[in-house]
Structures are given as C-alpha cells and as structure tokens.
Design a protein around this ligand. Structure first.
Ligand code: TMP
Length: 211
C-alpha cells in the first residue's frame, strides 16, 4: 500500500491556517483520498492537555525550555499514536502546525538554539518530517486584525503567546521565512494577505499534481 502524504500548515498568529486546513481536508476528500486533520499542540488526549496548559493564563509562566518540552511531548504522542499509523495505512494527514512551529516560536521567537531544537524535534518525531509544508505568510497588522475578529466571534481572549510583543511576532515571521528558504522543496510560501478563497486556490494548485 502507498504511504499517505503528510502535509503541515504553518504561520504566525491569525494567518488563517485553521480555516485553510479544514478547506484542504474537504478538497482532498473530494479527490477521493482518506485524510485526517489534526493540530498541534493537540490531536491526542495528552496533546489537548498540553494545549490547555499552554493557553492557560497563569502567573507561573513556563520558561522557554519547559515550554519547548511540552510541545515536544505533545508531538511525540501525536506522531506515535496518530500520524505514523495513519500514513502507514495510506491515509493522508494534515497537521495544523508541526515541528517548524517549534523552530520558529521557541528558536527565532524565544532565542533557543536552533540546532539543539532541530535535534530535539528529530527525537520527538523519530525523524518524521512533513512531505509538504505550506507557510501562510501574513503582514503582522493583518494577523492582529484577524485574531481580534476571531476573538470577537468566539468571545475568547488572546493567550500568553499571542500577547507577545510586535518584535517577537516579527522575529518569528522572519524565522518561518528563513526555514522555508532553507528547504524550498518541502515548503510552499503562500501570501496569506490574499482572500480566503485565493489562498485556498494557491494551496490546491500546489497539491493538484499529486492527487
Ligand atoms: P494555535 O495553533 O491555535 O495558533 O495555538 C498554538 C500556539 O502554540 C501558537 O501560539 C503557537 C504556539 N506553538 C509554539 O510556540 N511552538 C510549537 O511547537 C507549537 C506546535 C505551537
């Protein structure tokens, strides 16, 4: 049986990843493939607990290394229990964020060593990497507006990472772009300032030859 395709979507806050991930799932299903959509942190019981911890507004903020290890624990569990078994059964997997988020947020954003993080990522995923990664790149102002709109719609509030300053967010935006430049065969950078339909179309243009 042919192994499934592993696709990740990456980007800063409010870049529209989650909307695109669910639209992409529908397009792949319409093309006749089995596909699952998962997210990071999340997708397993452990991962959802990590998500809750990360989003929690506590005064006892995890240090950068502790924060990294939480994401890595969630990733290890997701790879072992969900992603790898699905791919082996020929099912496609879309992940809303994956290992590049750790390099961008904890590396470029928090300043941890990129090589150490890459090794830790490798350990957590037992070397699994996405086949294709879409980087949704949006202007910071656009991202903040989208995030505020989403919060209004869901009646929610920003979490600790979303509330980091402009410098943090521009560091991680540049970081994502650097990661994409280093692996042009895996990454497709999409201008996420465009409309939702246009972004969806651009993602599908890249994937169409593979379905
Ligand atoms: P989101 O997927 O709803 O954007 O929430 C996940 C948050 O966690 C987001 O702020 C990015 C952050 N994050 C990291 O800092 N490192 C990681 O490795 C992952 C997967 C997420």
């Amino acid at each position: 049986m042919r192994r499934g395709l592993f696709i990740s979507l990456e980007g800063g806050e409010g870049c529209g990843k989650s909307t695109q991930a669910s639209r992409l799932k529908s397009s792949i299903e319409s093309a006749g493939y089995k596909v699952i959509l998962t997210r990071e942190p999340g997708g397993t019981w452990l991962g959802e607990q990590v998500r809750r911890l990360i989003k929690d507004q506590s005064d006892d903020i995890p240090c950068a290394r502790a924060e990294t290890l939480l994401f890595l624990a969630a990733r290890a569990q997701l790879v072992e229990k969900v992603i790898r078994p699905a791919l082996e059964e020929g099912v496609w997997v879309i992940s809303d964020r994956f290992s590049d988020s750790t390099l961008a947020y904890q590396g470029y954003g928090r300043g941890l060593d990129l090589e150490e993080l890459a090794k830790a990522n490798d350990f957590a995923c037992s070397s699994l990497k996405p086949d294709i990664t879409f980087l949704l790149d949006a202007e910071l102002e656009e991202s903040v507006n989208r995030r505020l709109e989403r919060e209004k719609k869901l009646n929610s509030s920003a979490d600790r990472i979303e509330l980091e300053g402009k410098e943090f967010h521009s560091r991680l935006r540049e970081g994502f772009k650097e990661l994409a430049a280093k692996e042009p065969a895996r990454f497709t950078v999409i201008d996420a300032n465009a409309s939702i339909d246009e972004v969806q179309e651009r993602i599908w243009t890249r994937l169409k030859p593979l379905v």
